[in-house]
Design a protein around this ligand. Structure first.
Ligand code: NDP
Length: 293
């Protein structure tokens, strides 16, 4: 068998961003509405700071308004809550994203549940999670949407495929499983207590890895010809002691077995911000009562 097709998330994300920018321009011209995304960052976690900067840059590039709120690491729970409430009431803000993780003095779940579900562009609010579960229109978490887009890019119709999801977090594993179910896949969800994970994983026509363990999934865990979507972002020591990013899948092995595979970096990662912009556009349309042109 030859090498797997590499799913170029960068290119797919760029095309999606270009389409969003076009739609944003149409919304401004046709309705006088500029979608606005507010991002709240508490503290100075370097990775979070880079994400927030990229989000702001790409929001502006898509023609949307970007509002950045950077608060000190010692900000109180009450002050973050008050900011979320102000943003909920701000008519220029259609999407609110509170960058996680938050410092210990802040109750993360209470902050997420305080966001107006109509502006919850991360899709983490219980209302949106519940709507996704029962198949109602919802703001759906960005990374899972990106995963399914890439799987569809590789396979077209996913109906009837067996999808194995490794990981059951509320951010990735559970919502991606729901989306795959909506695509008529047969879905298996695995986690740290799954027995004989390699043989369960090897049943997947689609294998989604969202674990957070560097290169855990080996070539012989993969069904020949499967579509492998690697969500993991793990920093490890590379050649010459320099750090590098790897996924949850052993790419060098997997590329010999899979039919298609996402690289890390350059696979799922770029899709996440593009899907955040997509959610912001959707939220703006819904809040302003604009039916898609
Ligand atoms: P969590 O730590 O919240 O969840 C990890 C999941 O993996 C848990 O369900 C856990 O099982 C399971 N797990 C852990 N160890 C094993 C094991 N040995 N065997 C089987 N299952 C295991 O992580 P997230 O879902 O938030 O993130 C997963 C990865 O995706 C991380 O590397 C993260 O950085 C990356 N990520 C990337 C994004 C992107 O934009 N590309 C966005 C979000 C995350 P259990 O529930 O039993 O503990």
């Amino acid at each position: 068998m030859g090498e797997a097709d590499i799913l170029d998330g960068k290119a797919v994300a760029a095309a999606l961003r270009a389409k969003i920018a076009e739609d944003v321009a149409g919304l401004k011209q046709g309705h006088g509405v500029t979608p606005g995304l507010a991002v709240v960052l508490v503290g100075e976690d370097p990775a979070s700071s880079v994400y927030v900067r990229n989000k702001a840059k790409q929001t502006k590039a898509a023609g949307m308004a970007s509002f950045e709120h950077r608060l000190g690491a010692d900000t109180s729970h009450g002050d973050v809550l008050a900011l979320v409430e102000r943003l909920n009431a701000d008519a220029g803000v259609h999407g609110i994203l509170v960058q996680l993780p938050l410092p210990d003095q802040i109750d993360e779940d209470a902050i997420i549940q305080a966001i107006d579900p109509a502006k919850d562009v991360d899709g983490f609010h219980a209302i949106n999670a519940g709507r996704l579960m029962i198949g109602q229109p919802a703001l759906v978490p960005c990374t899972p949407v990106g995963c399914v887009m890439l799987a569809k890019k590789a396979l077209g119709d996913l109906s009837g495929a067996h999808a194995v999801v490794v990981g059951r977090s509320n951010i990735v594993g559970k919502p991606v499983a729901q989306l795959l179910l909506q695509e008529n896949c047969t879905v298996t969800i695995c986690h740290s207590r799954t027995r004989d994970l390699p043989s369960v994983a090897a049943q997947g026509d689609i294998l989604i890895a969202a674990v957070g363990r560097a290169e855990m999934i080996k070539g012989d865990w993969i069904k020949p010809g499967a579509c492998v979507i690697d969500v993991g972002i793990n920093r490890v020591e590379g050649e010459g002691g320099k750090s590098k990013l790897v996924g949850d899948v052993d790419f060098a092995e997997a590329v010999q077995v899979a039919g298609s595979i996402t690289p890390v970096p350059g696979g799922v990662g770029p899709m996440t911000i593009a899907c955040l912009l997509r959610n912001t556009l959707r939220a703006a349309r819904a809040i302003e009562g604009i039916i898609q042109d």
